[in-house]
Design a protein around this ligand. Structure first.
Ligand code: MN
Length: 741
C-alpha cells in the first residue's frame, strides 16, 4: 500500500491572511494585525513567481509556517518572522530591506533563521560539531529563531512527499538527529511526536507503513478497550467528586511504538500499552488524589511510578506517570497533571511565554538554565574544538549524546561507558579498549559518559575483554560482543589446558595423545560423557568439568602398555624421584612448547597466586587448578612443593607485554622525620606507583614501612630496592612474600 487511509497530516486547503489573523486573535485579542498583514503582503509579493516542488505556490509554505507559530501562541513578531523567514534566502529581498520595512528586531530574527537554514548537518563529521554549535548559539540569543526554524522544518516534513527519495531520507534523518531532540528539549512534545513520525515514514518506510497497517487493523479492538478504560476512570472520578477532570486516551505515536519494539525486541502484537491515558485536573492536590484513586482501582506496576511534579524534567515537563495492570491484565500507562502542566507539556517553552506581559522570549531564556550557561559561554566565543571540550551539551535529557573526535554525534543510553562507545565504533576497538580520553582527560573504563563528552578510545593490542566488562556496559551490542569473545576464549584456553593435562597423564602410561587420537581411541570417552568432539572433551578437562582419570578410564588402552611390568616401571619412576626434580624436569621438557604465556593482563584462566605474588622476571611455574584455570607461582613458592606435580605446567612471561604487578616491600629504617617522604620520592623517581603505605615502629625505635607498589618487572623491582637502600637512614629493604618471611 502506498497511501494508507490513516496517514496523518493530510494537506489542508490553502489558508489566507484572514484565517491567520483570526487564529492569532483567539489567544491574543489585542494583537498587532497590521504588522502581520504587512509581512503577509511583503512575503506574498517577493515569493509571487516561485513554486514549490509540489507545484503549488511557494507562498503557501511561509503561511503554513506562520500558522504553526500561531498554534504555539507566539507573539506577532514571531508570526511576522515566520511569514518572512525565506525572503532573504530565496528572493530578491535583502536584509536591509527587511530592516527598513519591519525594524531591527524582525530583521535580526529573519537573519537568524536564514543562518540556521544554511547550516548543513550532513556535511563532513568535523563540520557537524561546528554547525551544531552555531545553532545552539543562535538559539541562545533569541529562542524565537529556533522556534521559527522548527516550524519551518515541521512544514517541510509535512510536505516531504514531493521531493526525491534520496532527499527525503536525508532531510528526515537530519530531523530525527537534530530537530526532533531539540523540540523535545524545548518541551514541544506535540511537535516532537509529529517530527518523529514523519521522519520514520521517510527513513524507514517499510517499518512505518507496516506499523500504520497493523495499527489500523487493530483499531476497532483498541478503540473498544480504550473506551472501556476511559469509562472506568471517568466513573471513578465522578464517584469521588472530581468533576472538572478531562480524561483522554490517545494512541501512542508510531515512532515510540517502533522504538519500544526495537528496544525490547518485541513484535507488534507483544506491545501492550499502545494507548496513553491522561487525566487533566485543576490542582496539584487533585493530581495526587487521583493517583491514589487509580492505584486503588488497578494494581500499579512496581518501579513504573514517576513523580515529575515534585521533580520536573529539565525541559519543565511536569506530570505524574504510573503504569497499572488494567482490565484484561493489560498494562496501561496513565499520566496525571494540571491544565497548566499539560499546556507546558504540549507547547513547552512557548507555553511559558506570556505575550500579555509584553515579556520577550529572550528573557524567557533565563528560565532554562542550560541555555543560560550557553549564553554565558557565548560571551567569549572560542574556537569550535575548545567549545566541544568545555561545553557539556545537556540538550538531550533522556539519552546522552557523545562526540567522536571528528565531531560526529552518537546517542547512548544513560550510564553508558567508554566501552559502549568503543564497541559502537568497531568490535576490535572494544576488545582492545584500555580506557579513554574524555574531553582530553584520561578516564577509567567505568566512567559514565555525559552529554557533550568528546571520547577518544585508548587501546592496547594486548588488552582482551573479561567477564567484569559485562557489568560496565549498557548497550546490547557491547554486551553480546564481550560474551561472544569470552565464550570463544574460554573454550580455546580450556582446550589447550585439557590437552596438556591429558598428555601428562597419558605419559604415565607411556601413551601418546596424538597416537591415541589417530587411532580414534577417544571416541568411547566422547560418547560416554555425551560430548560432540575431541575439542569439547579437552575443553571439559581443561575447565575442570571432567577428571582426567575418568576420561582415561574410558579409553580402551592397548594391552601391552597396561601390563603389570609397565605399571611397576612407571611407579618406580614416579616415586623414586624427589618432587622438586619432577618439577624441574617437567619444566625443562615443556620449555619447548610454551603454549601458555603469562601476559601482563590477567587472562581469564590465569591468575597470580597470592601466596608468593610473582612479578615479571621471577622464575614462575603454573599450577592447573580444578575449574579455575592456572595459578601462577614463583618456583620458590613453598606451596608448589606441596602440590600435585602432575598438575604443574611450565609457563613463561611474555616480556614483550608491558604490564604492572603489585608487590609488597618492607623497609626497616631509622625513625627520622622526612624519611617517608624521601622514600616515596625515590620510588616515584623509579616510575613506580605506591598503592598503599603502612608504617609501624619496633621496640628498638626503628621504623618498619610496608609499601604496596606496582612495578613492571623484577629488574624494575631490583632498581627500586637498591635506590631505597641508598636513602640515608634505611637499614634494610626486602620483598615480602608470605611463608618466606
Ligand atoms: Mn522555509
Amino acid at each position: 500500500m502506498s497511501t494508507p487511509p490513516t496517514l496523518p497530516f493530510t494537506q489542508k486547503k490553502p489558508r489566507k491572511l484572514a484565517d491567520l489573523t483570526a487564529c492569532v486573535k483567539t489567544y491574543n485579542p489585542n494583537a498587532d494585525t497590521q504588522l502581520i498583514e504587512k509581512a503577509y503582503r511583503f512575503s506574498e509579493e517577493v515569493h509571487k513567481n516561485q513554486k514549490r516542488s509540489s507545484g503549488e505556490s511557494y507562498f503557501h509554505h511561509p503561511i503554513e509556517v506562520a500558522f504553526i507559530i500561531a498554534e504555539l501562541e507566539l507573539d506577532t513578531v514571531s508570526v511576522a518572522t515566520a511569514l518572512l523567514h525565506d525572503t532573504v534566502e530565496d528572493t530578491v529581498a535583502t536584509l536591509e530591506q527587511i530592516e527598513k520595512e519591519f525594524g531591527l528586531e524582525i530583521a535580526t530574527l529573519v537573519d537568524g533563521v536564514t543562518k540556521i537554514s544554511q547550516i548543513s548537518f550532513q556535511t563532513s563529521e568535523e563540520k557537524q560539531a561546528e554547525n551544531f554549535r552555531k545553532m545552539v548559539f543562535a538559539m541562545a540569543k533569541d529562542l524565537r529563531v529556533i522556534l521559527v526554524k522548527l516550524a519551518d522544518r515541521t512544514h517541510n516534513m509535512r510536505t516531504l512527499q514531493h521531493l526525491k527519495p534520496d532527499k527525503q531520507a536525508r532531510i528526515a534523518q537530519e530531523t530525527l538527529d537534530i530537530y526532533a531532540p531539540l523540540a523535545n528539549r524545548l518541551g514541544l512534545s506535540a511537535m516532537k511526536r509529529e517530527l518523529e513520525d514523519l521522519s520514520l515514514r521517510y527513513t524507514k518506510p517499510e517499518i512505518y507503513y507496516k506499523l500504520v497497517a497493523q495499527v489500523s487493523k487493530k483499531l476497532k479492538e483498541r478503540d473498544q478497550y480504550t473506551q472501556d478504560v476511559l469509562a472506568m476512570i471517568e466513573g471513578a472520578l465522578h464517584e469521588h467528586g472530581y468533576n472538572n477532570a478531562t480524561v483522554t486516551g490517545r494512541p501512542k505515536h508510531f515512532y515510540s511504538i517502533h522504538k519500544k519494539m526495537e528496544k525490547r525486541n518485541l513484535a507488534y502484537d507483544q506491545v501492550y500499552d499502545l494507548t496513553g491515558f491522561r487525566v487533566v485536573l485543576e490542582t496539584v492536590e487533585q493530581c495526587y488524589g487521583v493517583l491514589g484513586l487509580i492505584h486503588s482501582l488497578w494494581t500499579p506496576v512496581p518501579g513504573r511510578f514517576k513523580d515529575y511534579i515534585a521533580i520536573p524534567k529539565a525541559n519543565f515537563y511536569q506530570s505524574l506517570h504510573t503504569t497499572v495492570v488494567g482490565p484484561g491484565g493489560e498494562k496501561i500507562e496513565i499520566q496525571i497533571r494540571t491544565k497548566e502542566m499539560h499546556d507546558t507539556a504540549e507547547r513547552g517553552i512557548a507555553a511559558h511565554w506570556a505575550y500579555k506581559e509584553e515579556k520577550s522570549l529572550s528573557q524567557e531564556t533565563s528560565k532554562f538554565s542550560w541555555l543560560n550557561r550557553l549564553v554565558e559561554w557565548n560571551k567569549d566565543l572560542q574556537d569550535p574544538n575548545e567549545f566541544l571540550e568545555t561545553v557539556k551539551l545537556d540538550l538531550f535529557s533522556e539519552d546522552v549524546y557523545i562526540f567522536t573526535p571528528k565531531g560526529k554525534v552518537i546517542e547512548f543510553p544513560q550510564g553508558a561507558t567508554p566501552l559502549d562507545f568503543a564497541y559502537t565504533i568497531h568490535t576490535d576497538l572494544g576488545h582492545h579498549c584500555i580506557g579513554a580520553k574524555v574531553n582530553g582527560r584520561m578516564v577509567p573504563l567505568k566512567y559514565k559518559l555525559k552529554s557533550g563528552d568528546t571520547v577518544e578510545v585508548l587501546t592496547s593490542p594486548n588488552q582482551t575483554p573479561n567477564k567484569d566488562w559485562l557489568k560496565l556496559v549498557k548497550t546490547s551490542r557491547a554486551k553480546s560482543k564481550i560474551r561472544q569473545f569470552i565464550k570463544v576464549q574460554e573454550h580455546e584456553n580450556s582446550k589447550v589446558l585439557g590437552e596438556m593435562i591429558l598428555e601428562k597423564e597419558l605419559k604415565k602410561e607411556d601413551l601418546r595423545f596424538k597416537t591415541l587420537l589417530k587411532e580414534g581411541l577417544f571416541e568411547p570417552a566422547i560418547e560416554a560423557f555425551s560430548l560432540r568432539s575431541i575439542e569439547d572433551l579437552l575443553s571439559a578437562i581443561g575447565y575442570g568439568k571432567l577428571s582426567v582419570r575418568k576420561v582415561i578410564g574410558k579409553i580402551p588402552l592397548p594391552a601391552k602398555e597396561n601390563s603389570p611390568e609397565a605399571k611397576e616401571a612407571r611407579e618406580t619412576k614416579e616415586t623414586k624421584r624427589p618432587l622438586q626434580k619432577i618439577v624441574e624436569e617437567a619444566s625443562k621438557k615443556s620449555t619447548t612448547r610454551q603454549v601458555v604465556k603469562v601476559k601482563g593482563i590477567e587472562d581469564l584462566l590465569v591468575h597470580f597466586a597470592r601466596c608468593c605474588s610473582p612479578v615479571p622476571g621471577d622464575s614462575v611455574i603454573g599450577f592447573i587448578t580444578r575449574g579455575r584455570g592456572i595459578s601462577v607461582h614463583t618456583r620458590k613458592c613453598p606451596k608448589i612443593f606441596d602440590s600435585d606435580p602432575h598438575r604443574l605446567i611450565d609457563i613463561e612471561w611474555d616480556m614483550t607485554t608491558p604490564s604492572e604487578r603489585a608487590v609488597k616491600i618492607r623497609v626497616i629504617c631509622e625513625d627520622r622525620p622526612g624519611l617517608l617522604a624521601d622514600m616515596s620520592g625515590v620510588i616515584k623517581d623509579q616510575e613506580a606507583n605506591i598503592t598503599r603505605a603502612q608504617i609501624g615502629t619496633t621496640k628498638d625505635k626503628k621504623a618498619v614501612c610496608l609499601f604496596s607498589i606496582s612495578i613492571k618487572n623484577l629488574n624494575h623491582l631490583s632498581k627500586i630496592i637498591s635506590a631505597l637502600e641508598g636513602v640515608p637512614g634505611v637499614l634494610r629493604v626486602e620483598r615480602v612474600q608470605k611463608k618466606q618471611q
